[in-house]
Design a protein around this ligand. Sequence first.
Ligand code: HEM
Length: 215
Amino acid sequence: MHKLYINPLPVRIWHWTNALGFVLLIATGLQIRYLDLIHLVSFRTAVVAHNWIGFVLIANFFLWLGFYLFTDKIKVYHPELSPTKYFRASFRQMQYYGYGIFRGDPNPHHVSVYHKFNALQSMTYQIIMMLVVPVQFFTGVLLWDVTRFAAMVEMFGGVRVVDTVHVLFFIFFTGFIFIHPYLASLSHTPWAHFKAMITGYEEVEDEPEQGAASR
Ligand code: HEM
Protein backbone atom coordinates (compact mmCIF):
# COMPACT_ATOMS: atom_id res chain seq x y z
CA MET A 1 0.00 0.00 0.00
CA HIS A 2 1.16 3.55 -0.65
CA LYS A 3 -0.49 6.93 -0.14
CA LEU A 4 -1.57 9.39 -2.84
CA TYR A 5 -2.62 13.00 -2.18
CA ILE A 6 -5.84 13.12 -4.19
CA ASN A 7 -8.18 15.47 -2.28
CA PRO A 8 -6.64 18.96 -1.87
CA LEU A 9 -7.78 21.13 1.06
CA PRO A 10 -10.27 23.35 -0.89
CA VAL A 11 -12.04 20.23 -2.19
CA ARG A 12 -12.26 18.79 1.33
CA ILE A 13 -13.57 22.06 2.83
CA TRP A 14 -16.09 22.40 -0.01
CA HIS A 15 -17.17 18.77 0.29
CA TRP A 16 -17.89 18.57 4.03
CA THR A 17 -19.52 22.03 4.11
CA ASN A 18 -21.64 20.93 1.16
CA ALA A 19 -22.54 17.55 2.73
CA LEU A 20 -23.57 19.10 6.07
CA GLY A 21 -25.43 21.89 4.24
CA PHE A 22 -27.37 19.43 2.07
CA VAL A 23 -28.42 17.37 5.11
CA LEU A 24 -29.68 20.58 6.77
CA LEU A 25 -31.40 21.74 3.56
CA ILE A 26 -33.20 18.40 3.31
CA ALA A 27 -34.27 18.55 6.98
CA THR A 28 -35.49 22.17 6.78
CA GLY A 29 -37.04 21.49 3.35
CA LEU A 30 -39.04 18.60 4.83
CA GLN A 31 -40.14 20.84 7.70
CA ILE A 32 -41.31 23.54 5.26
CA ARG A 33 -43.16 21.04 3.06
CA TYR A 34 -44.70 18.82 5.76
CA LEU A 35 -45.65 21.37 8.37
CA ASP A 36 -48.39 19.16 9.85
CA LEU A 37 -46.26 16.00 10.07
CA ILE A 38 -42.86 17.21 11.27
CA HIS A 39 -42.23 19.49 14.25
CA LEU A 40 -38.46 20.00 14.32
CA VAL A 41 -38.50 23.81 14.33
CA SER A 42 -41.10 26.47 13.58
CA PHE A 43 -42.05 27.17 9.95
CA ARG A 44 -40.42 30.62 10.14
CA THR A 45 -37.13 29.25 11.54
CA ALA A 46 -37.10 26.50 8.88
CA VAL A 47 -37.59 29.05 6.06
CA VAL A 48 -34.92 31.45 7.37
CA ALA A 49 -32.41 28.60 7.97
CA HIS A 50 -33.18 27.03 4.56
CA ASN A 51 -32.51 30.35 2.79
CA TRP A 52 -29.29 31.09 4.66
CA ILE A 53 -27.85 27.59 4.22
CA GLY A 54 -28.80 27.76 0.53
CA PHE A 55 -26.83 31.00 0.04
CA VAL A 56 -23.82 29.63 1.98
CA LEU A 57 -23.81 26.56 -0.28
CA ILE A 58 -24.06 28.70 -3.43
CA ALA A 59 -20.91 30.59 -2.31
CA ASN A 60 -19.31 27.24 -1.39
CA PHE A 61 -20.10 25.91 -4.89
CA PHE A 62 -17.95 28.70 -6.35
CA LEU A 63 -15.06 27.57 -4.11
CA TRP A 64 -15.30 24.12 -5.73
CA LEU A 65 -15.73 25.55 -9.26
CA GLY A 66 -12.95 28.15 -8.85
CA PHE A 67 -10.53 25.60 -7.44
CA TYR A 68 -11.00 23.22 -10.34
CA LEU A 69 -11.12 25.95 -13.03
CA PHE A 70 -7.90 27.63 -11.89
CA THR A 71 -5.75 24.55 -11.17
CA ASP A 72 -4.61 21.60 -13.23
CA LYS A 73 -6.73 19.36 -10.97
CA ILE A 74 -9.54 19.96 -13.46
CA LYS A 75 -7.96 16.99 -15.28
CA VAL A 76 -9.72 14.63 -12.85
CA TYR A 77 -12.98 15.76 -14.44
CA HIS A 78 -11.83 15.56 -18.08
CA PRO A 79 -14.19 13.18 -19.85
CA GLU A 80 -13.01 10.12 -21.79
CA LEU A 81 -13.55 11.20 -25.39
CA SER A 82 -13.60 7.73 -26.94
CA PRO A 83 -17.18 6.42 -26.55
CA THR A 84 -16.01 2.79 -26.90
CA LYS A 85 -13.40 3.16 -24.15
CA TYR A 86 -15.86 5.03 -21.95
CA PHE A 87 -18.63 2.48 -22.44
CA ARG A 88 -16.27 -0.44 -21.73
CA ALA A 89 -14.95 1.18 -18.54
CA SER A 90 -18.49 1.99 -17.33
CA PHE A 91 -19.69 -1.53 -18.09
CA ARG A 92 -16.71 -3.09 -16.24
CA GLN A 93 -17.41 -0.83 -13.25
CA MET A 94 -21.13 -1.73 -13.23
CA GLN A 95 -20.25 -5.43 -13.41
CA TYR A 96 -17.90 -4.94 -10.46
CA TYR A 97 -20.50 -3.14 -8.30
CA GLY A 98 -23.30 -5.53 -9.23
CA TYR A 99 -21.44 -8.82 -9.16
CA GLY A 100 -17.61 -8.86 -8.95
CA ILE A 101 -17.44 -7.13 -5.59
CA PHE A 102 -19.44 -9.98 -3.98
CA ARG A 103 -16.91 -12.54 -5.31
CA GLY A 104 -13.92 -10.53 -4.04
CA ASP A 105 -12.77 -9.52 -7.56
CA PRO A 106 -10.34 -6.56 -7.72
CA ASN A 107 -11.76 -3.11 -8.51
CA PRO A 108 -11.19 -2.53 -12.26
CA HIS A 109 -10.43 1.16 -11.57
CA HIS A 110 -6.93 2.12 -10.37
CA VAL A 111 -6.70 5.47 -8.61
CA SER A 112 -3.97 7.94 -9.55
CA VAL A 113 -3.59 11.68 -8.85
CA TYR A 114 -5.22 12.76 -12.14
CA HIS A 115 -7.47 9.74 -12.47
CA LYS A 116 -9.20 9.49 -9.12
CA PHE A 117 -12.71 8.81 -10.41
CA ASN A 118 -13.91 5.65 -12.13
CA ALA A 119 -15.97 6.03 -15.34
CA LEU A 120 -19.31 6.04 -13.48
CA GLN A 121 -18.14 8.55 -10.86
CA SER A 122 -16.68 10.98 -13.40
CA MET A 123 -19.95 11.05 -15.35
CA THR A 124 -22.34 11.25 -12.36
CA TYR A 125 -20.26 13.82 -10.46
CA GLN A 126 -20.13 16.02 -13.57
CA ILE A 127 -23.87 15.83 -14.16
CA ILE A 128 -24.56 16.52 -10.48
CA MET A 129 -22.11 19.41 -10.11
CA MET A 130 -22.67 21.09 -13.49
CA LEU A 131 -26.40 20.53 -13.94
CA VAL A 132 -28.38 19.21 -10.95
CA VAL A 133 -26.75 21.35 -8.22
CA PRO A 134 -26.85 24.63 -10.27
CA VAL A 135 -30.50 24.05 -11.25
CA GLN A 136 -31.38 23.38 -7.62
CA PHE A 137 -29.63 26.57 -6.48
CA PHE A 138 -31.19 28.59 -9.30
CA THR A 139 -34.76 27.41 -8.65
CA GLY A 140 -34.13 27.95 -4.92
CA VAL A 141 -33.13 31.59 -5.50
CA LEU A 142 -36.23 32.17 -7.68
CA LEU A 143 -38.49 30.72 -4.96
CA TRP A 144 -36.69 32.76 -2.29
CA ASP A 145 -38.22 35.95 -3.72
CA VAL A 146 -40.90 35.21 -6.31
CA THR A 147 -41.93 38.87 -6.47
CA ARG A 148 -38.46 40.16 -7.26
CA PHE A 149 -37.91 37.41 -9.85
CA ALA A 150 -41.52 37.40 -11.13
CA ALA A 151 -40.54 37.93 -14.77
CA MET A 152 -38.07 35.05 -14.74
CA VAL A 153 -40.45 32.76 -12.85
CA GLU A 154 -43.10 33.45 -15.52
CA MET A 155 -40.55 32.78 -18.27
CA PHE A 156 -39.99 29.28 -16.85
CA GLY A 157 -43.74 28.52 -16.67
CA GLY A 158 -44.77 29.97 -13.30
CA VAL A 159 -44.23 29.19 -9.62
CA ARG A 160 -45.72 25.70 -9.97
CA VAL A 161 -43.18 24.63 -12.58
CA VAL A 162 -40.21 26.13 -10.71
CA ASP A 163 -41.39 24.58 -7.43
CA THR A 164 -41.95 21.16 -9.04
CA VAL A 165 -38.40 21.14 -10.45
CA HIS A 166 -37.05 22.16 -7.01
CA VAL A 167 -39.02 19.39 -5.26
CA LEU A 168 -38.10 16.70 -7.84
CA PHE A 169 -34.41 17.51 -7.41
CA PHE A 170 -34.94 17.54 -3.63
CA ILE A 171 -36.19 13.93 -3.94
CA PHE A 172 -33.11 13.12 -6.02
CA PHE A 173 -30.77 14.57 -3.36
CA THR A 174 -32.59 12.74 -0.57
CA GLY A 175 -31.83 9.45 -2.38
CA PHE A 176 -28.31 10.59 -3.25
CA ILE A 177 -27.43 11.33 0.39
CA PHE A 178 -27.86 7.58 1.11
CA ILE A 179 -26.57 5.98 -2.12
CA HIS A 180 -23.46 8.18 -2.44
CA PRO A 181 -21.98 7.32 1.00
CA TYR A 182 -22.81 3.63 0.37
CA LEU A 183 -20.87 3.67 -2.93
CA ALA A 184 -18.08 5.66 -1.24
CA SER A 185 -17.77 2.85 1.33
CA LEU A 186 -16.89 0.28 -1.37
CA SER A 187 -13.12 0.29 -1.05
CA HIS A 188 -10.49 -2.05 0.46
CA THR A 189 -11.92 -0.92 3.84
CA PRO A 190 -15.34 0.73 4.30
CA TRP A 191 -13.73 3.92 5.65
CA ALA A 192 -10.84 4.33 3.16
CA HIS A 193 -12.59 6.90 0.90
CA PHE A 194 -14.02 8.76 3.91
CA LYS A 195 -10.54 9.03 5.44
CA ALA A 196 -9.23 10.26 2.09
CA MET A 197 -11.90 12.99 2.03
CA ILE A 198 -10.76 14.05 5.53
CA THR A 199 -6.95 13.78 5.31
CA GLY A 200 -6.57 14.21 1.54
CA TYR A 201 -4.56 10.97 1.26
CA GLU A 202 -5.93 7.83 -0.36
CA GLU A 203 -4.35 4.44 0.39
CA VAL A 204 -3.69 2.75 -2.94
CA GLU A 205 -2.63 -0.86 -3.65
CA ASP A 206 0.91 -1.17 -5.04
CA GLU A 207 0.89 -2.14 -8.73
CA PRO A 208 2.47 -5.59 -9.36
CA GLU A 209 6.10 -5.24 -10.50
CA GLN A 210 6.70 -5.24 -14.27
CA GLY A 211 7.03 -8.84 -15.48
CA ALA A 212 5.88 -10.26 -12.12
CA ALA A 213 2.91 -11.90 -13.82
CA SER A 214 5.11 -13.84 -16.24
CA ARG A 215 7.46 -15.11 -13.50
C1 HEM B 1 -23.71 12.63 4.20
C2 HEM B 1 -23.28 13.19 3.13
C3 HEM B 1 -22.07 12.80 2.31
C4 HEM B 1 -21.06 11.90 2.54
C5 HEM B 1 -20.88 10.99 3.76
C6 HEM B 1 -20.16 11.93 1.40
C7 HEM B 1 -18.99 11.18 1.23
C8 HEM B 1 -18.09 11.31 0.19
C9 HEM B 1 -16.84 10.62 0.09
C10 HEM B 1 -16.30 9.62 1.11
C11 HEM B 1 -16.23 11.01 -1.07
C12 HEM B 1 -14.89 10.52 -1.62
C13 HEM B 1 -15.05 9.27 -2.40
C14 HEM B 1 -15.60 9.51 -3.75
O1 HEM B 1 -15.02 10.32 -4.51
O2 HEM B 1 -16.63 8.89 -4.07
C15 HEM B 1 -17.09 11.97 -1.72
C16 HEM B 1 -16.83 12.63 -2.91
C17 HEM B 1 -17.69 13.50 -3.54
N1 HEM B 1 -18.94 13.86 -3.11
FE1 HEM B 1 -19.78 13.35 -1.32
N2 HEM B 1 -20.64 12.86 0.50
C18 HEM B 1 -21.81 13.40 1.01
C19 HEM B 1 -22.61 14.35 0.42
C20 HEM B 1 -22.42 14.86 -0.86
C21 HEM B 1 -23.32 15.78 -1.52
C22 HEM B 1 -24.62 16.31 -0.92
C23 HEM B 1 -22.78 16.05 -2.75
C24 HEM B 1 -23.29 16.93 -3.86
C25 HEM B 1 -24.42 17.54 -3.88
C26 HEM B 1 -21.54 15.30 -2.85
C27 HEM B 1 -20.73 15.31 -3.97
C28 HEM B 1 -19.50 14.71 -4.04
C29 HEM B 1 -18.55 14.91 -5.14
C30 HEM B 1 -18.79 15.78 -6.38
C31 HEM B 1 -17.41 14.18 -4.80
C32 HEM B 1 -16.11 14.17 -5.59
C33 HEM B 1 -15.38 15.42 -5.11
C34 HEM B 1 -14.10 15.76 -5.86
O3 HEM B 1 -13.13 15.07 -5.60
O4 HEM B 1 -14.12 16.69 -6.69
N3 HEM B 1 -21.35 14.60 -1.69
N4 HEM B 1 -18.23 12.13 -0.92
